[in-house]
Structures are given as structure tokens and as C-alpha cells.
Design a protein around this ligand. Sequence first.
Ligand code: MEV
Length: 309
Amino acid sequence: MASASAPAKLILFGEHAVVFGEPALATAVDLRTEVFLRPHTTWLADGASIDAPRYRYVREALKRAWKGGPLWVEVRSMIPPASGLGSSAAVTVATIGAASSLAGENGERADVARLGFEVEHKVQGRASPVDTTTATAGGAILVRREAGERLLWEIRQGDRVWFLHACTLPTLELVVGSTGIAAATGPLVARVKDRVGADPSAAADVRAIGGIVLEGLVALQSGDYARAGELMNRNHERLNRLGVGHPKLERLVQAARPHSYGAKLTGAGGGGSMVALTDRPDRVAEAIERAGGRAFVVRTAKLGLDVRP
Ligand code: MEV
């Protein structure tokens, strides 16, 4: 048997724009998914059929990372699915890590991240490597247009290239508010692509988000949370203009803001989750719950993929 676990991620700045090659800043947080693999007589996932739609990332990951016979797969996850926290990236990366361990290989992190991205790209139709790289490397990840200090790896897809860097942020406690509305990432990414193709002001929003990301990084690294919060709010407005907001998500964002430096949607949107930067996490969590969301306080985490032979 082999097992591996990988963390949830939060995108602090830059979701959607990163699919177009703009910068993004993400961090691993202290919620994890663990995948166990054991050779078996037939394919099984959590004791039932592996053909169920919720195992599509696991199936795609195993297609690429496992050349042997049938497996009994068990998935244990603390990450709410389809909520902007990267549950699909975590299960993908953990599956690839466990499969290479079972095969007796010591899967290079860059290879795991590349395979993970291929899986997300295949299942979602279009994606960036930010979620899968964060799940693989842990800590904070900065995506840039060119290679710089602390480059982890680069990932290419067609004519797009992303340079994925490790970066250091202060430890942050963040409040996540989940709408409970599960929205698949693929169609949201496709919606933004259509808008950007049809409307130059949407293309300008994408570029503006890229600028916000780099300013947000500087603000967080210098401990200027007031500025970082303001930039989160600006990033949120741009995402709303790209059409990935949702009325319930907006209620949670507005409920969180009076007690926060800033709040924005995180991940793909369309429902999903928001994140607030605050030094009063309990007040913010309470406000989110009162507005009809489910709140949880998370902490940034350093541990990425963790493989157990
Ligand atoms: C989803 O967590 C983030 C998106 O930017 C999609 C992606 O980067 O693959 C919306």
C-alpha cells in the first residue's frame, strides 16, 4: 500500500487572469486530502465504483501515473469540494504522489506538478498550473510571466508558459466563507475566455488583475495589511466585471468587509468561496455565518505533497 496527502490552496490574488498568463499569488492552507492506493482484484474507490463522476480527477491521474493492475483507492478529504479551495488539485497531486510511491519511483516534484496540471487541464478543458503547483510545493506560490528568483519550475501549454516560484509570506490566518454552491471550474473559465475574446474591457480587467497581484505581494510581504486588503477588494471588483461573481458570494463578501482589511472571491467563483484578510477572524466568521455562509478559519501552511511509502 502507499499513501500521499496534499494541501488545499487559497488564491490570494489573480485567479482567472492567471489562465491568460497573468501573475497570481496562492498559498497552501492547513486542510488536506489523503489518498491511499492498494493493489486489488478490481478497481474500487472508497469501496464503490471508481467510474462515479467525483473520481474523474483520480482516474485521469492514475491513467498518467500508474501502469500496473487494478487498485483499491481510498480518498479522505478535509477540503470541501468545488469550493475554490483546490480540492481537485489536492486529490490529483496526492493520487500521483501515491501512485509513484507504489511504483517504487521517487516522483520528482516538477514532474508531479506537470502531470497534475495535465490532469486538471484535461478534466476542466482549460486551466492554469497554479492550483496543482501549490498542492505539490506547499507554502506560497507566485506565478510570473518570466523566470526570477526562487523559480520552482516552468509549465507550458500550447503558446502559454507559466513560471512558478516559491515565495515567502508572513503566516496568515484567513477566513474562508463558503456559499455551499458548488460551481465547476471548467465552465467558469470558459465563460471568462469568451468574454475576453469578445470585449476589450474584459481583456483590460485581466491585465489590471495582473498588476494588482504584484502590488498585493509587496503589501503582504511588508505587513501592510490595510493596503493588501484594499487590493483584495479591487481584485474582487475586477472578477465581478469578468462575470464570475454570484449574489450569495457577494453577501458574504459584504458581511465580512466591516471587520476585515479586505475580502474577495477565491478560486473560480460562480458560487464557491470568498476569503477575508482580518485580525478579527472570529468576528468575520460570525458575520459570514449570519449572512448564510459556512465559515472556517484557515492558516497558511508550508507542507505540500507528503508521500508515505
Ligand atoms: C481556480 O482555483 C483558479 C482558476 O484561475 C482556474 C485555474 O487557474 O486553473 C479560476
